[in-house]
Design a protein around this ligand. Structure first.
Ligand code: MG
Length: 398
């Protein structure tokens, strides 16, 4: 039995045991607030000993799943707090003691996502990795997972406050466990439904995140506002004089995709590629001086930052400046940020939460007083190449 680490994914893989069957079903569980809770009553365990079963029936139920129902028992857990060595070893010690309590004759797989990345639920990458590992353990003989009899149990189920009629019950902190099962197409249960056999929760008492609802029932694409935007953008494109476009928007709000598609002939200025603001300003100035149009594809949150670019245009100049605002909601930007980092084969790093906080802190809504001819709000439009791509993106919505 070994602990294995692949980048940010930490795994406990029990000894090779043959399944002897071509089709297996997976009984999978979240860890915290599903299988266990803290003894101390704290949200996060203070030590490796600070745990107790969420319900006393759990160890026997897990044993029966393997011994009587021949299911493979797997734990999928988000453990962002375990990024450092000390916290990780506490976590591993805790898992060792949990598994020992269940019994060493029960092989239980554990997958822990220790960063806010590719592996973190609701992304299904941990499941994908499990599938690969189970197949490798079969010595090259492939088997398939029976989706219909597999299931996942978790407490992050999007339940509203007081869902159980208890005035003290708080809303679930997220819906990521339910989303995880949805993306996999397997049955989902809350711990109460699965272990305590309480009735399946009425769908009025929980909901998908607003950001996901957007995709479950997409709005009609041709709204009036988007046609107004198209008209305004066309006016800029049709001018045959040089101009300056300044983008304003958080990371992963859709700026780059939009401006490269609509203004391919503009000189493109971006601090990620040019490295310093000084370089951005000098490239922009040289282009404007030589009569070229320029687009500044930075986050440009404050009027002070934007004014540095507007000032490049001399007072007497006839060059106009336009502001494109990408007001994409934060949760969509964060999902796109994770999606982008995860699907770029390591070419793009995930933008840090700090960068988002700085944007929020510095943000000043652009006004015409700053010198813009027009300010245009660009609505987020998703153009997926395939439905698989869209499904992949949905996994990153939290
Ligand atoms: Mg949990």
């Amino acid at each position: 039995m070994v602990w294995k680490k692949e980048g940010t994914l930490v795994m406990w893989l029990p000894e090779n045991h043959s399944h002897n069957i071509k089709t297996v079903s997976i009984a999978s569980f979240d860890l915290d607030s599903t299988l266990i809770t803290t003894k101390s009553g704290r949200v996060f365990a203070k030590s490796a000993e600070d745990w107790m079963w969420w319900s006393s029936c759990i160890p026997l139920q897990l044993r029966n799943l393997f011994l009587q129902e021949q299911k493979i028992v797997v734990i999928f857990t988000n453990q962002k707090g375990c990024a450092d060595y000390v916290k990780l070893s506490i976590f591993q010690k805790k898992i060792n003691s949990i598994l020992a309590t269940i019994g060493s004759d029960i092989p239980i797989y554990v997958f822990a996502a220790t960063a806010d990345d590719w592996y973190r639920k609701p992304s299904t990458q941990m499941w994908k990795r499990m599938n690969e590992i189970l197949n490798t353990q079969q010595h090259g003989q492939t088997f398939s997972i029976d989706i219909n009899s597999s299931f996942y149990v978790g407490d992050a189920a999007g339940r509203h406050a007081k869902w159980d009629n208890n005035q003290k019950t708080k809303a679930d902190f997220s819906c990521s466990d339910r989303q995880f099962a949805r993306s996999l197409g397997i049955q989902f249960y809350t711990p109460e439904e699965y272990f305590l056999k309480i009735q399946t929760l009425d769908s009025k008492l929980w909901s998908w995140p607003d950001s996901l609802k957007m995709f479950l029932s997409p709005p009609s694409p041709s709204s009036t506002s988007s046609s107004t935007v198209e008209r305004d953008i066309q006016i800029i494109k049709d001018r045959n004089k040089p101009c300056l476009i300044i983008c304003v928007g958080m990371s992963a709000s859709g700026k780059t995709t939009y401006v490269l598609e609509h203004f391919p002939s503009f000189v493109y200025v971006n601090q990620d590629t040019l490295k310093t603001k000084k370089k951005c300003l000098s490239v922009a100035k040289a282009a404007l001086d030589s009569g070229q149009s320029v687009v500044i594809d930075n986050t440009n949150p404050s009027s002070a930052i934007r004014s540095e670019y507007i000032e490049l245009i001399g007072k007497q100049s006839s060059i106009e400046s336009f502001c494109l605002c990408f007001d994409t909601p934060l949760h969509i930007c964060l999902a796109l940020n994770r999606f982008r980092a995860s699907t770029s084969n390591g070419e793009r790093d995930r933008v840090s939460t700090i960068a988002y906080n700085i944007f929020k802190k510095k943000f000043e809504k652009p006004t015409l007083k700053e010198g813009f001819t027009t300010i245009i709000s660009i609505p987020m439009v998703f153009k997926w190449k395939t439905t698989e791509e869209q499904k992949m993106f949905e996994q990153f919505i939290q």
